[in-house]
Structures are given as C-alpha cells and as structure tokens.
Write a protein that binds this ligand. Structure first.
Ligand SMILES: [Zn+2]
Length: 333
C-alpha cells in the first residue's frame, strides 16, 4: 500500500524518551519486548493531577522508562497521578497498570465491558482455547503451544478498576474528553477525543506506518473486520487535527489515514480472494502467501488471525465459503 499521509514533526524523540506534543500533553515512548519496538503512553497534566494513558508491558526496561520519563515531564509518579486510563486489554497497554497503580495509588479506568473481558482473559489465563484456535486454522500444534506460552503468559490486573461508558465525558488536562468506542483491533477498545482542542488519543485504532492488527482471535466476536471498517468510517470526519496513536508516528490527517486504511483492507481482501480461487486453502496457507517470509512467531500469529478475519469477511460478503470439517479452509465463490 502506498502511504501519502505524512508523519508529524512532533514526537520524534527516541524510544525511552518523553516530549511535550501539545500543551500539557507528553508522549512517552515505552519500549516493548516485541517487534513493535515501543508503545506510546501519554501523560496529561491537569489542575486536579496527572492522567496517564496506557502503560506498556510490565518488565524492567518499561518500569525504568516510566520512572525517568515521568520525572522529565515533571510528574512525580508517587504523588501527582490522579487517574490511569487503559485503552484495551492487550499486555502492551494494560501490562504495567498493576505496577503503576501500586506506585501512584490512582484508579485504573477502562471501558466497563473491557474490565470484564480482561478478567476473563487474564485472571484465569487458559492457553487451551488459544492453542486450539491457532491449530484449527492450520498452525502446527507445537508452534501454537509456544505462541500461547508467550502471548497468554498471564498478567496481574490492577486492583482498583473504574468502569467507563462509551459516549461519556471525563476531565482530562484543563478540559475534557469523550470516550469513543473503537472496535476491530480489540472488541472493547476506546479512544479519547478532545473536541475543543481537536486532539484524538487514538489507541491502536488508527496508526501510521503500520496498519492495526485486525484479527480473529479466540476471544474476538465474529467479523472484527466488518466492525473495524464501519468504525473507522464513522470517525472519518471527527474534528481532530492531532492524532496521538498507541504505536508509530503521530500524525495530523485523520481522514486521509482512514481512507488509506480502508483501501488497504479492500486490497487485502482482493489478494486473499485470489489466493482461494479454485482450490480451498487454510488461513495459515493464505497468510504465508500474503505476508512476507521471516516473521517471528509473534508476527506469524498476528498474520494468521489477520488472514482469518479477512477470509471470514469474504464469507460475510458472499465472496467465499468455509469448507466443512477438519482444519478450517476457505474457497472463493
Ligand atoms: Zn493492541
């Protein structure tokens, strides 16, 4: 896909460092031990204390960057934080929330249904359905077990979680933001929109440089791609000229990026449809054709679930059928 939306000149600091990207809004690039390199957390200074948005994985390098980054922004993690907002349950966003809460004493705000979902996934992390899901779609069992051990290793949830509702307003900085539902990458993901300042904290819903993983994971509701495309279409005209994403560069042109992402998925659908023309293929086989070689195990899981989401979307559109029995496979119709 050719991208023409330009990255911002804001937030170009190296991983591990913090920069002010709007008045009172600081971006902290927290390193992550996965190919994504970093997750962007945001620290927002307000009259009633600081708000932290997303937390990174809980591991020593991440903790160290939080300590030094917050200090550089002028935020004392032990005294100044009044709330922590987590956009979705993935470990690179929610992982360090427990540790940060112990440090700051602040409550962790998440979408009501995401609190429930996180408890289901992380409280009794059970790799069986994860392994079964990858296996059903063509992955070798030993590999699926290794992937589950990495990706569902467990995570300690923060003790005090406060539910948010979609559409509600909450104070942030010197103003307020609205909680916007952003399904697709994760069913219960949220973004925060400051309409007055035209700032969108976009989580992993609209990214630049990479496309958000829209995958069919064992926990996802059916047809994540349909919900994703509908959702980004609905926010296309949101008043926002500063998009602060969870990964990759900051950018300004929300509408332009939404159009690119919609085009990207249409192209992917077309490519995959051609792969299953004539002979049925498993999602794994299709993912090997569509994604580049040499992926890490982590990335192979993302490629597989992403492929499955597209194949299911083709079924939904009446352009493919799922074959009966055994490992799942799809054929174009
Ligand atoms: Zn995510």
């Amino acid at each position: 896909m050719t991208e023409s939306v330009a990255p911002s000149r804001l937030g170009t600091q190296p991983v591990g460092e913090v920069r002010e990207v709007a008045e009172g809004v600081y971006q902290l690039k927290v390193p992550v031990p996965i190919p994504l390199v970093f997750v962007s957390a945001y620290l927002v200074e307000g009259s009633d204390g600081w708000t932290l948005i997303d937390t990174g994985f809980d591991y020593p390098e991440g903790r160290e960057v939080w300590e030094t980054g917050a200090r550089a922004a002028g935020c004392d993690l032990h005294r100044d934080v009044s709330r922590i907002v987590v956009t979705h349950f993935h470990p690179d966003h929610l992982g360090a929330a427990h540790w940060l809460q112990e440090l700051c004493g602040a409550p962790v705000y998440m979408l009501e249904s995401e609190i429930e979902n996180s408890r289901e996934i992380w409280d009794d992390a059970n790799p069986t359905s994860f392994i079964g899901h990858l296996g059903d779609n063509g992955m070798d069992r030993a590999l699926a077990e290794r992937a589950a051990a990495k990706m569902r290793a467990g995570l300690t949830l923060p003790e005090k979680m406060v539910p948010l509702r979609a559409g509600e307003e909450m104070p942030l900085g010197t103003g307020k933001v609205r909680v916007v539902r952003a399904p697709g990458h994760a069913d219960h993901q949220i973004m925060l929109h400051d309409e007055e300042r035209k700032i969108l904290f976009a989580a992993d819903h609209v990214l630049l440089g990479i496309t958000p993983n829209i995958g069919r994971w064992p926990e996802s509701k059916p047809n994540p791609l349909a919900r994703y495309m509908e959702s980004i279409w609905s926010i296309r005209n949101l008043p926002a000229d500063l998009v602060l994403p969870g990964h990759g560069p900051i950018f300004h042109d929300l509408r332009g990026r939404v159009d690119e992402l919609l085009r990207h998925h249409e192209e992917r659908l077309e490519l995959m449809w051609r792969e299953i023309e004539g002979t049925p293929k498993t999602p794994l086989e299709v993912s090997r054709k569509v994604f580049r070689y040499g992926l890490s195990l982590y990335e192979r899981c993302f490629a597989l679930t992403e492929t499955l989401a597209h194949l299911e979307h083709l079924v939904l559109e009446g352009r493919a059928e799922r074959m009966e029995g055994g490992i799942s496979s799809f054929r174009a119709v």
